[in-house]
Design a protein around this ligand. Structure first.
Ligand code: TXA
Ligand code: MG
Length: 362
């Protein structure tokens, strides 16, 4: 099938986007065939942004070297300019072009966990524009394991800057449909790679000599990281509230995230405590988020989000989107375990709840 490139592409490469208004674009959801991957690569090389599947969540991809294209990412998502983007590569050789002074421990992490769901924050090379790094001297780099993502990067022959492909503040997208729901009319194409297998965004780490600092938890867990580092520090921003004007190690920590419109409260305790607590507050537009193996009264409307931490990670964002679709006003959620990838689920859930936690025994 022959696709015609949209006319505005041809002159857009160096053009600055200066307003948040969009000409309505016909957003195509495309199967990841060779042809469609080439079409999307042409869009990206022409300065456009494209929805791309990865194993974690869908990304909104553009040429990481093209300032005008990267600016479009910020406009499309309505993202604060100081929140840096992760740059995606298809092979480890690309790393040396993008980062400098790479410590040995970073190379050990790459060797062990790439391709995969982990992002390394490293001193950036001059090739990375400051708009991509959110004004920082460092850049986050990731080599995804998702084949479609890697094929797209290879077809472009460029590193791709890609934040999660949601509107800023809303839950990250784990299907092409989620991307369409948020960005329909704002982008030309979404490559549909099916449901993301991990379901939460990559683990983000930085390095302090031989020590790893965890900036955002993900599928690669603290225990996984301890197999390559003498010490792993969990940054304060992973579990605590960060005020909007404070200086943080990873700017994404301070922004409101993953929030459904409903008021979410996390309830930390046994299922008996949970059921008692919710029963006393149950009303027509109240829902609970519980685990697959929880038994709870039929009078309480429930949505289940898995039993293992891996399943909870895979489903959490879809469930947070569903909450809004069904029009829930108040949601009480069972508190996930903080072990392994559970720490990532907890980190996303506590933000969805705006840090409102009720503890059994308090
Ligand atoms: O799994 C993922 O990481 C997905 C997929 C698309 O790869 N991407 C993603 O991007 O989650 P985004 O932009 O939604 O989240 C990136 C996070 C933000 O919290 C940002 O602040 C942090 O990584 N980050 C990026 N570059 C950084 C840097 N140079 N220093 C500190 N934090 C950085
Ligand atoms: Mg995001």
């Amino acid at each position: 099938m022959l696709w015609l490139l949209p006319i505005r592409l041809q002159s857009s490469r160096c053009r600055k986007v200066t307003t948040n208004r969009f000409d309505f674009m016909d957003t195509k959801v495309l199967k990841p065939t060779k042809e469609n991957i080439s079409y999307c690569a042409e869009l990206i090389k022409g300065g456009e942004v494209v929805g791309m599947p990865t194993e974690t969540v869908y990304g909104l991809a553009a040429n990481a070297f093209d300032e005008a294209a990267v600016e479009k990412i910020f406009k499309v998502k309505n993202r604060p300019a100081d929140n840096p983007l992760i740059v995606h590569i298809a092979d480890i050789d690309m790393l040396k072009e993008l980062a400098v002074d790479i410590p040995d421990i970073a190379l050990s992490v790459c060797k062990k966990f790439w391709p995969g769901p982990i992002t390394l924050v490293l001193p950036k090379s001059d090739k990375i524009p400051f708009i991509t790094s959110g004004g920082l001297d460092t850049v986050g780099i990731r080599l995804p394991s998702n084949e479609v993502a890697r094929e797209l990067i290879k077809a472009c022959g460029l590193p791709l800057a890609a934040p999660s492909a949601n509107l800023s503040g809303s839950p990250s997208p784990t299907t092409a449909e989620h991307v369409f729901d948020d960005l329909n009319g704002r982008i030309y194409a979404i490559l549909d790679g099916g449901r993301c297998s991990v379901g939460v965004e990559s683990t983000v780490i930085s390095f302090e000599s031989d020590i790893i600092r965890l900036l955002r938890p993900g599928r690669i867990s603290v225990d996984d990281l301890k197999t390559v580092a003498s010490e792993v520090i969990i940054d304060k921003g992973v579990l605590d509230v960060i005020s909007n004007d404070s200086k943080v190690k990873s700017p994404g920590m301070k922004y409101k995230h993953y929030s459904p419109k409903a008021d979410v409260v996390l309830v930390d305790g046994s299922i008996e405590f949970f059921e008692r607590y919710v029963s006393e507050r149950n009303s027509a537009d109240t829902y609970v988020l519980i685990f697959d193996n929880d038994n709870i009264s039929d009078d309480i409307k429930s949505i289940r989000y898995g039993s293992t931490s891996e399943q909870q990670a895979e489903r959490i964002f879809a469930v947070l989107r569903e909450i809004d679709k069904i029009g829930a006003k108040k949601v009480y959620a069972r508190c996930p375990s903080k072990d392994g990838v559970g720490l990532a689920v907890y980190n996303r859930m506590i933000r969805a709840a705006g840090f409102k936690v009720i503890k059994e025994g308090d």
